[in-house]
Ligand binder design. Structure first.
Ligand code: CAO
Length: 557
């Protein structure tokens, strides 16, 4: 199979056009004359067709690249007859095979102006647009009364492969427009009548035939001539004004694209209100207004927006209510702190993306609490206070070892089972919620964990935690035990798959088979990712955790 460089064919004298769309990718099978890329100048966009059929082996251009005649677009492995074609033929494909003589010959005049006195009315006609017939007017860019500059675009016309703007051949005031959106035009059709106009000296030829136009002027002077022929080459020899825009290419004229680029508007997200869904300059303006007003978020904004400001539109939800609170009473507005903004965005993603379920249970910690209190009494002088949370961390490591999926993470279609047990714990700080991590909790004793926790909690409150001290957790515990409450539904800290919430222990009457006995019960709230864990496993995890907390010697087993 022969490898063929497919090059940009003759696109007239204008060079350095930007690649704005890649229409094929490596591995695609393309037909001869199938469009490969879309390029755009400031006045025209056009598709570059393939000179031959084959399979795309390598793309040689990327979005934003500038190309000109002869630039290699891609490498094709030629199919069938094409492969057998002489190398020389395939090496320089698409020499604008269907370019009519008009293009190969000296360039055409711009929109032809009927000779007239400098101050009298001047007729502006459609210039030579090559072989194309009945090109649809898709946009009218001026209105009567407008002051028109020489070569200012008057209308946009479109074939099925290119759109282009037709410039004025004269300067003056627009008296009358002779076409409207939806009309079809041909060479020589009357476009407009200008008053007080002075036709351009070089474009005065009444028939549209003129002296050669300098290369740089061709695009403006005869926009359709070059791009239409080049763009369509032989791909669309028959004009088809009803053809729809190529899939994936937002339907908009070059000037609208430029306008959108200047404002940073993502064209693909704008709904066109023009003919055949075409995006107009007004659509860009109203999209911009909606974004500014907060009624619409771009995809890029939604991806990086803090949770609190999410409008909900990206999920297809109705917009967040906008209330003028001051109407109902005095208010004070305070910007949210950095940590709140960051954690808010993370919490929203985790709440929305994880199918989370919470199981509630109670653990009898009567004996454990007695042990903790006596240990602290014995260790009073050491300065290290053993906390219930440190015991919980140890107990959780034992449960995670017994139920390894709780210590895993989703990675595409796979589960990653971690062979280390790093436990994060939620810490309430003046700046917001932070989650420091006790690394290798399986290798540490309760005393060491208590000591590290105290240190990390202090750093968290002082805002001195390093990123390393907050990363790598495989499971998290959120304890509200020192504060109160019964149960709650903690949000999983992705990419972890489970989190344990703990509330304040209470002395409760517990039936021991013969009588009610006073027992210190610790409320547990285990939230888990239903993609990884199921309800039975969660119930077993809680039950096992309860057994360990009820008799801590089980940790040794
Ligand atoms: N039941 C009853 N009492 C408890 C308890 C429990 N489950 N857990 C702790 N206590 C007691 C402690 O024994 C301590 O009492 P003493 O002072 O008499 O000894 C007191 O409550 C305070 O404990 P603590 O909060 O200082 O220590 P801790 O180890 O329990 O918690 C830390 C440390 C950093 C986790 C905690 O300070 C904290 O920030 N908790 C909030 C976490 C949070 O905000 N979670 C919600 C996240 S979702 O928004």
């Amino acid at each position: 199979m022969a490898l063929i460089d497919v090059k940009v064919p003759d696109i007239g004298d204008f060079d350095e056009v930007a690649v704005i769309e890649l229409l094929v990718k490596v591995g695609d099978t393309v037909k001869a004359e199938q469009s490969l890329i879309t390029v755009e100048s400031d006045k025209a966009s056009m598709e570059i067709p393939s000179s031959t059929a084959g399979v795309v082996k390598e793309l040689k251009v990327a979005l934003g690249d500038k190309v000109k005649e002869g630039s290699v677009v891609l490498v094709l492995e030629a199919a069938g007859e094409a492969a057998a074609a002489p190398a020389s033929a395939s090496a320089s494909p698409a020499p604008a095979p269907s370019v009519p003589a008009a293009v190969a010959a000296p360039a055409q005049a711009s929109a032809a102006a009927t000779p007239a006195a400098a101050s009298g009315p001047v007729e502006v006609h459609v210039p030579d647009i090559g072989d194309f017939k009945d090109v649809a007017v898709i946009e009218v860019l001026v209105k009567p009364g407008d002051k028109i500059a020489l070569e200012q675009s008057l209308i946009t016309v479109e074939s099925d492969k290119a759109s282009m703007e037709i410039p004025s051949s004269a300067a003056g005031v627009l008296k009358e427009l002779k076409v409207k959106v939806g009309d079809t035009v041909n060479i020589g059709d009357l476009l407009a009548i200008l008053e007080g106009a002075a036709p351009a000296p070089s474009t005065a030829a009444p028939s549209g035939r003129a002296e050669p136009v300098p290369a740089a002027a061709q695009l403006l002077a005869s926009p359709s001539t070059v791009p239409v022929q080049t763009a369509s080459a032989s791909a669309a020899p028959a004009h088809n004004p009803t053809a729809t825009a190529p899939v994936g290419l937002p339907h908009a004229s070059p000037s609208v694209r430029k306008f959108a680029r200047e404002l940073g508007v993502p064209l693909a997200e704008v709904k066109g209100s023009g003919l055949k869904g075409r995006i107009t300059a007004e659509d860009i303006q109203s999209f911009t207004k909606s974004v500014m007003a907060g009624a619409v978020q771009t995809v890029a904004q939604a991806a990086k927006a803090p949770a609190s400001s999410g409008g909900g539109s990206e999920l297809g939800l109705i917009p967040w209510p906008k209330v003028d609170f001051a109407k109902f009473g005095p208010i004070e507005r305070k910007e949210m702190g950095r940590i709140k903004k960051i954690s808010g965005a993370n919490l929203l993603r985790n709440a929305v993306m994880i199918p989370a379920v919470t199981n509630f249970d109670d653990a009898d910690i009567t004996d454990l609490e007695a042990f903790r209190v006596s240990t602290n009494k014995e260790n009073e002088k050491s300065g290290v206070k053993v906390t219930m949370l440190a015991f919980l961390i140890k107990a959780c490591v034992a449960a995670l070892k017994k139920f390894p999926e709780f210590n895993s993470s989703i990675d595409g279609d796979a589960l990653v089972y971690k062979q280390y047990w790093h436990i994060g714990f939620a810490a309430d700080t003046p700046n917001g919620l932070m989650v420091p991590v006790i690394k290798d909790a399986d290798k540490k004793g309760v005393l060491q964990i208590s000591q590290e926790m105290g240190e990390l909690a202090r750093k968290a409150r002082e805002g001195k935690l390093s990123p390393a001290e907050m990363s790598g957790a495989t499971f998290t515990i959120s304890s509200l035990g020192g504060i109160g409450g019964r149960y709650f539904t903690p949000i999983i800290n992705a990419p972890e798959v489970a989190i344990l919430g703990v509330c304040k222990s209470n002395m409760e009457p517990v039936w021991d088979g013969k009588a009610f006995a006073p027992r210190l019960m610790l409320p547990l709230s285990l939230t888990w990712d239903h993609r990884v864990i199921d309800g039975a496993a969660a119930a077993r995890f809680n039950a096992y955790l309860g057994q360990i907390l009820g008799d801590f010697r089980r940790v040794l087993l």
